[in-house]
Design a protein around this ligand. Structure first.
Ligand SMILES: Cc1cc2nc3c(=O)[nH]c(=O)nc-3n(C[C@H](O)[C@H](O)[C@H](O)COP(=O)(O)OP(=O)(O)OC[C@H]3O[C@@H](n4cnc5c(N)ncnc54)[C@H](O)[C@@H]3O)c2cc1C
Length: 416
C-alpha cells in the first residue's frame, strides 16, 4: 500500500479498515545472499539501499528484539553535517542530502524538520575554531553561517548571553540541520525494505558465526542456523559482544548515554541549540517536550539505563545558558548503548574473515549518519569497494595511525 494524503482521507471515511501491517513477519529461510545483523536504523537502511540502489535480493535483517528498540528509537533526533575533518565531512553531508529526500524515497512521513542547529560560542579561541569548522563545511558543499550575539538573541531571547562564566559570544549555525522523528526512521526503512522483498526477522538473536576454511557461511541464531553468502554486522552498541563471537576484538568500547524529555511546553525553542562550554544539546519536539542530552555516563556498560550524577551534570549545562529550564519538570529519561571507537569516528569495512563485514563505532553521532551509513555499507557489500565518502572509515587506520579525531582528544573513547 502506498501512503498518501488521499489514502488518509479515504481511510478516515471508511473506518480505517484498509490499513495493513507496515511490514511482513516472515519465517527465516535457510539461506540468503545477504544477512544483516541488527534491525536498527543502519541495518534497515543497508537492506533498503542494497535492494533499491544495487538491485540485490535474498536479503534478511535479523533483529534480536523489535524494530525501533535500540538506539534508533532512543536518540535525541538531531541531524547535522557540521564536521571539520575531510574523512568525515563529505560523508555526513551526503547523509544530510539523503535525509532531505528521505520521505519521498521511503514513502513515509519521518518528520524530517530542517529547523537549524546552532553551536554556541563562549570564548574568542572557540570562535576561531568554529570559523575554521564553518569554512571546512562550506568547502565540502555544506551550509554554515557565523551568527553574532545580537542575531542569536533575536531568535532565542531567553538565552542567558551574559552568564559570568560562559557568556555567549556568537554561534555557528547550520540552517539545514535539525531533527527527525527517530523511530519513524526505523519504521520507514523497515517498510520500504520489506516492500522490496527484504525479510525482517524480529525476536531472533544471532548467537554465533559459522566459519568454514576462513569464510563465514552463515549465522547461528536463537531460531537455528541461517546460511548467507555475506554476513553484515550492524549492531551499534552490541558490536564488541557480537564480534567477539567471531574471535574479533574491536577498537570500540560500549558506554551508556542518556536522553531526557521535559513536560510539554508551548513553542519556545525554534531550532536545535548546543552549549559550547560543556555538553548540553536541546530541541523541542512537535508535542512540546524539550528533548535534551549531554555527556556519556563515563563507564563501560551494556546496560540501557543511566545514573543520577549525569542527570545533574546535563541539567547544570542547560541551566548555564537556559535558566528558565529550572522551572520545567523532567518527564522521562532513558539510556542507550554507544559504540565508542578509539578516535570517535566510525568503521565500515570488511573483516579478515571472508564474507564477514562490519559497521559500527558510531559513538553518539550515529543517528544523523543513518542514511549515508546504510548507503555506504550497501555499496561495500555489493561492490566489495568502500563508498567514496567512506574510504577513511577502515580498520587499517588504527594500525597506520591515520586517526580521524574530530574532537582532538586522542584515544579516549569516553571523551569523543
Ligand atoms: C540517548 C541517545 C542520544 C543520541 N542522540 C543522537 C543524536 O542526537 N544524533 C545522532 O546523530 N546520534 C545520536 N545518538 C546515537 C545514535 O542513536 C546511534 O549511533 C545509532 O542509532 C546507532 O545505529 P543503529 O540505529 O543501527 O543502532 P540500534 O538501533 O541500536 O540497532 C542495533 C540493533 O542490533 C540489535 N542487536 C544487537 N545484538 C544483536 C544480536 N546478537 N542479534 C541480532 N540483533 C542484535 C539490537 O537489538 C538493535 O536493535 C544517540 C544515542 C543515544 C542512546
Amino acid at each position: 500500500m502506498t501512503y498518501s494524503g488521499f489514502r488518509v482521507i479515504k481511510e478516515a471515511l471508511t473506518g480505517h479498515r484498509g490499513w495493513g501491517p507496515a511490514w511482513r513477519t516472515p519465517e527465516p529461510k535457510t539461506q540468503y545472499d545477504y544477512v544483516i545483523i541488527g534491525g536498527g536504523g543502519h541495518g534497515l537502511a543497508t537492506a533498503h539501499y542494497l535492494a533499491k540502489e544495487f538491485g540485490k535480493s535474498r536479503i534478511a535483517v535479523i533483529e534480536k528484539g523489535w524494530i525501533g528498540g535500540g538506539d534508533v528509537g532512543r536518540n535525541t533526533t538531531i541531524i547535522r553535517s557540521n564536521y571539520l575533518l575531510d574523512g568525515n565531512e563529505p560523508f555526513y553531508e551526503m547523509s544530510l542530502k539523503l535525509w532531505e529526500g528521505l520521505e519521498r524515497d521511503l514513502n513515509y512521513n519521518a518528520m524530517v524538520s530542517q529547523r537549524g542547529i546552532l553551536n554556541l560560542i563562549h570564548s574568542d579561541a572557540q570562535r576561531d575554531a568554529f570559523v575554521r569548522r564553518g569554512n571546512a563545511m562550506i568547502l565540502n558543499g555544506a551550509d554554515a553561517e557565523m551568527l553574532s550575539t545580537k542575531q542569536i538573541q533575536k531568535r532565542y531571547p531567553f538565552l542567558n548571553v551574559n552568564n559570568a562564566r560562559f557568556p555567549i559570544k556568537g554561534g555557528l549555525a547550520q540552517h539545514r540541520g535539525g531533527t527527525v522523528r527517530h523511530d519513524a526512521v526505523a519504521w520507514g526503512y523497515a517498510r520500504a525494505a520489506d516492500r522490496r522483498g527484504v525479510d525482517i526477522i524480529q525476536n531472533c538473536e544471532v548467537t554465533g558465526f559459522r566459519v568454514e576454511n576462513g569464510t563465514c557461511v552463515g549465522v547461528e541464531t536463537s531460531r537455528g542456523f541461517i546460511g548467507a553468502k555475506k554476513v553484515a554486522s550492524c549492531v551499534a552498541g552490541s558490536s564488541g559482544r557480537l564480534m567477539a563471537k567471531a574471535g574479533i576484538r574491536l577498537p570500540i568500547e560500549s558506554h551508556v548515554l542518556q536522553a531526557f524529555v521535559s513536560e510539554g511546553l508551548k513553542p519556545v525553542l525554534p531550532g536545535v541549540i548546543t552549549f559550547g562550554a560543556g555538553h548540553f544539546y536541546c530541541s523541542q519536539s512537535d508535542k512540546g517536550g524539550l528533548v535534551f542530552g549531554g555527556d556519556l555516563d563515563g563507564y563501560n556498560s551494556y546496560a540501557q539505563r543511566g545514573n543520577l550524577p549525569v542527570v545533574e551534570d546535563v541539567c547544570e549545562g542547560g541551566m548555564a545558558i537556559f535558566p528558565m529550564l529550572g522551572r520545567v519538570r523532567l518527564l522521562r529519561m532513558w539510556g542507550g548503548l554507544m559504540d565508542m571507537s578509539m578516535d570517535g569516528s566510525p568503521i565500515i569495512d570488511k573483516t579478515h574473515i571472508d564474507g564477514l563485514y562490519f559497521n559500527g563505532g558510531w559513538c553518539y553521532g550515529g543517528f544523523k549518519a543513518t542514511p549515508a551509513s546504510g548507503f555506504a555499507y550497501a555499496h561495500l557489500l555489493a561492490t566489495e569497494r568502500p563508498h567514496e565518502t567512506a574510504t577513511a572509515f577502515r580498520f587499517g587506520r588504527f594500525e597506520k595511525g591515520l586517526l580521524i579525531d574530530e574532537k582532538g582528544v586522542g584515544n579516549h573513547p569516553n571523551l569523543h
